[in-house]
Design a protein around this ligand. Structure first.
Ligand SMILES: *Cc1c(COP(=O)(O)O)cnc(C)c1O
Length: 224
């Protein structure tokens, strides 16, 4: 399969997942994760009409922004507070997971005279090695950020499910994130974005309400 066939395949899977649960496929954006893709591959993805791209390392993300300024770059990786100054041009930062980072990004937003668009990263699986807020603190954290950081624009939640053989096993994780979103909406927040689902589990994530799936290998790797 070449990249355009792989892209059709991914879109087809998103559509059928939406059909199974009665969702409108237009609610779901596929974000192409380019961390292992060459510049030629990024250009090929762009020619297919893919606009949203994601990188998980700040150095490479900045390079991509410079090389492909016409695309919408998301930052999806762990962010150190001393790197926030490089984050002005991302359309969305998916990895706000601690208070010090919220303060640092808020301070930058003030300097840039803009509200920095972010997602709060949660770790409902409670995995130690993964970043993200634990289930019992996530809601309070989001409310606190919205309350205290006027230069942040919290658009929603991001989650990375643990890797499992059978993606059915992570359905409860995605369901929990969706429930947290519903709770926050009841709290009066405007948090429409749910960034969840990767190559291995994006169909389940879409069934459970994801609006932004982050797909790397399924798009860029020949053998998948
Ligand atoms: C690499 C990466 C992805 C994409 O993973 P695939 O399994 O290749 O689809 C998604 N999200 C984050 C945060 C990543 O680092």
């Amino acid at each position: 399969m070449d990249i355009s066939e792989r892209w059709n395949h991914i879109q087809h899977k998103v559509h059928t997942a939406c059909e199974r649960v009665g969702r409108d496929p237009d609610e779901v954006t596929v974000l192409a994760v380019t961390k292992n893709a060459s510049d030629a591959m990024v250009a090929a993805a762009r020619e297919l009409g893919i606009q949203d791209m994601g990188e998980n390392r700040i150095q490479q993300a900045r390079q991509r922004l410079a090389d492909f300024p016409e695309l919408h770059w998301h930052f999806i990786g762990t962010l150190q507070t001393n790197k926030v100054k490089h984050c002005r041009d991302f359309v969305l930062i998916h990895s706000l997971d601690r208070w010090r980072l919220a303060e640092a990004l808020n301070g930058q937003g003030k300097r840039w005279l803009k509200r920095v668009p972010v997602l709060v990263q949660v770790n409902p699986g409670g995995e130690e090695q993964k970043h993200g807020l634990a289930a019992d603190e996530a809601r309070r954290f989001v409310l606190q950020v919205v309350d205290s950081c006027p230069h942040l624009d919290v658009r929603g939640l991001m989650a990375m499910a643990p890797y499992v053989e059978d993606p059915e096993d992570v359905r409860p994780v995605f369901r929990w994130v969706k429930q947290l979103q519903v709770q926050l909406q009841k709290d009066g927040l405007d948090v429409p974005v749910l960034s969840m689902g990767m190559t291995n589990d994006f169909e389940v994530a879409v069934e459970e309400g994801s609006t932004l799936v982050r797909v790397g290998s399924a798009l860029f790797r020949e053998e998948v």
